[in-house]
Design a protein around this ligand. Structure first.
Ligand code: EPS
Length: 410
């Protein structure tokens, strides 16, 4: 839908317990400074968060860049990446044999025939007509998000070059968290306000918390909640917020349905495994309020300013599917992970008989990780809207386009 060839697009490949995950990103302009560290920083952040399972002790994600970059700058050609799966060699499960590209399956290999409710297992088995659900488990796994973070970190790096910053924080895990944006908005706004590093200051603060929250007391309560959930052999979802600062007005469109930035941002969140809802600004709450309490009053611009300031930002930085120049605010809602220690009722698809699910290894919650992946997918979406307005083959060309635009949307 958004595959315009003048813009960014990427493809990921790889199975969670295969040798590696691979990605190719095309459309990045030339002359963008880029190092592996720009990506590795965010790969490490994706493992943040209390409540991850045994796999977190095995993986040490580092990207290997194979093409499209020379002497620390992009070339304009496709950039290709590899991230190794530590579990492939380190697990004692025999993945090199069970995930072998060629040859026959090991004779003693057990096939997976028990689908977990809430997981892609059964849907994938039926769609691809697999007897063994292993291929479904392995490709639907959120392991794939490591490569998404890698590809989208280039988009983030591009935005940073033009003063656009992306950050996030968690506002709820399961039963514990804030209910209304008013409860955290002042604290969040203080972190992202002018003079700081914008939304980057938000993520740097959240990264200090075990649950990526900007409230110490809430972090402690969440850690206890996760511990209790583990004892109860259950899993937890939650809510997080992604914020983008430094966004010029006029990105997106009210003219084309598929270029409306608010719609694209919701898709950016819900494209991530287990994310089931998203709102732009105070989307859900605005539906309960009269218009006079929702719409953000417009104030006069200072001389030379591009955007008209708003007294409030209930709209989350878009009107008419187009950026207003206020920070973009998008919240994602994650369901609890479907791999529970406690068995759930299911059916053995080999026999057709009722059977409880079996547990191997999983996280109790990965809402903090999801919030960092959402930063990545939102960065990619905003970068494409930015390139549609200002795009060029190289970073200097983009700069010329911005200068030529002057203040844009007069
Ligand atoms: C995942 C299950 C777990 C997670 C994994 C996502 O892996 P395993 O089944 O090997 O224990 O740890 O997340 C990652 C590997 C990652 O890199 O985020 C799943 O089923 O989605």
């Amino acid at each position: 839908m958004f595959n315009d060839h003048s813009m960014l697009r990427y493809l990921t490949a790889g199975e969670s317990h295969g040798e590696a995950i691979i990605g190719v990103l095309e459309g990045a302009p030339a002359q963008l400074p880029l190092t592996s560290d720009d990506i590795n920083e965010h790969l490490a952040r994706r493992w943040l968060g209390y409540g991850r399972g045994g796999r977190s002790k095995i993986e040490n994600d580092k990207v290997h860049i194979y093409s499209g970059v020379r002497f620390g700058e992009t070339l304009g050609s496709p950039i290709s990446f590899r991230i190794d799966n530590g579990a492939y060699e380190k697990d004692k499960a025999g993945w090199p044999e069970k995930m072998a590209i060629e040859g026959d399956p090991p004779e003693d290999m057990e096939t997976v025939t028990m689908p977990r409710p809430g997981h892609a297992d059964l849907a994938g088995k039926q769609k691809y007509e697999h007897d063994d659900m292993r291929p479904v488990i392995d490709r639907s796994s959120a392991r794939e998000t490591a490569m998404r973070v890698a590809c989208c970190s280039v988009a983030r790096r591009l935005l940073n070059e033009f003063g656009i910053e992306v950050g996030s924080h968690v506002v709820r895990i399961g039963d514990v968290g804030f209910d209304a944006p008013e409860e955290w908005a002042d604290r969040r706004n203080a972190l992202i306000e002018k003079g700081s590093d914008g939304a980057s200051a938000l993520y740097e603060t959240a990264d200090q918390s075990a649950t990526r929250m900007i409230d110490d007391e809430m972090t402690e309560r969440c850690v206890e909640h996760i511990d209790q959930t583990k004892k109860d052999r259950d899993s937890l979802g939650g809510v997080y917020e992604v914020v983008v600062t430094g966004v010029p007005p006029g990105l997106g469109s009210y003219v084309h349905w598929d270029r409306r930035l608010d719609g694209q941002l919701v898709q950016a969140i819900c494209s991530i495994q287990a994310q089931k809802a998203a709102e732009v600004g105070d989307g859900f709450r605005n539906a309960h309020r009269p218009g006079s309490q929702v719409h953000d009053p417009i104030e006069p611009r200072e001389d030379g300013a591009q955007a008209y300031p708003r007294r409030t930002n209930h709209a989350g930085g878009t009107e008419g599917g187009t950026t207003t120049g206020m920070p973009l605010v998008v919240r994602g809602y994650m369901k609890p992970i479907p791999t529970l220690i406690k068995p759930l009722d299911s059916v053995d698809t080999a026999t057709g008989e009722p059977e409880p699910t079996r547990y191997e290894r999983s996280d109790i919650t990965s809402v903090p990780a999801a919030s960092t992946v959402a930063e990545a997918t939102v960065a990619y979406t905003v970068a494409n809207a930015f390139l549609r307005k200002y795009g060029g083959d190289s970073v200097p060309a983009i700069r010329r386009h911005i200068e030529a635009d002057g203040h844009g949307s007069e």
